[in-house]
Design a protein around this ligand. Structure first.
Ligand code: AR6
Length: 182
């Protein structure tokens, strides 16, 4: 890792266990909970999270909303809605980049110093992991350059495979032709 990456960390694990000013949720537009990381966050935070989400209305793809963290170790949850992968020709890359930008706009507005992300859109929403990892890391690096007040950004990858793909992307290895076989 280069020096400029000292505030960016990749780890494998469960984001619901992470202590941070905010963890990011890969939500759906209705903000009512669901499967994947969204389900795990709602289960760990408790019912009050859903109650607060219900007061927020819909969140369009690419936007973000902030709530309290309730029973989570994290103080806040920033909910963002990633794009559903439709082959890559429907503006998905721009929408995914906007998710990260929208999250950092809230990080800046609320003066948050530590934030943890899951790999947005790469589960139920089907975004290819290789491509998503590159967008995520590019946007996080750009935000770190712009926001010196942010002390640490952690990307929490759920599986060793996901961590490996992000590690390669962070190391600047070229995206393999047709992905890495998954
Ligand atoms: N900690 C960290 N990462 C996790 C965890 C966890 N506890 N659980 C899953 N992941 P997904 P999406 C990883 O499907 O693709 C929901 O139903 C998972 O392995 O959670 O943006 C929402 O309500 C994957 O790498 O989110 C939406 O309807 C990553 O988190 C829809 O899914 C994202 O997978 C959003 O789909």
């Amino acid at each position: 890792m280069s020096l400029s990456d000292s505030r960016l960390e990749l780890v494998q694990g469960d984001i619901t266990k992470v202590t941070a000013d905010a963890i990011v949720n890969a939500a759906n537009s209705a903000l009512v909970g669901g499967g994947g990381v969204d389900g795990a966050i709602h289960r760990a935070a408790g019912r009050e999270l859903l109650e607060e989400c219900r007061t927020l209305g819909r969140c369009p793809t690419g936007e973000a909303r902030i709530t309290q963290g309730y029973k989570l170790p994290a103080r806040h949850v920033i909910h963002t809605v990633g794009p559903v992968w439709q082959g890559g020709g429907r503006g998905e890359a721009g929408q995914l980049a906007r998710c990260y930008q929208s999250v950092f706009a809230l990080v800046e507005k609320h003066g948050l110093r530590t934030v943890a992300f899951p790999s947005i859109s790469t589960g139920v929403y089907g975004y290819p992991l290789e491509k998503a990892s590159r967008i995520a890391l590019r946007e996080i690096r750009a935000a770190l350059e712009r926001l010196p007040s942010v002390e640490k950004v952690t990307v929490v990858l759920f599986t060793p495979w996901d961590l490996e793909v992000y590690r390669r992307a962070l190391a600047g290895e070229p995206e393999p032709e047709g992905g890495l076989g998954r």
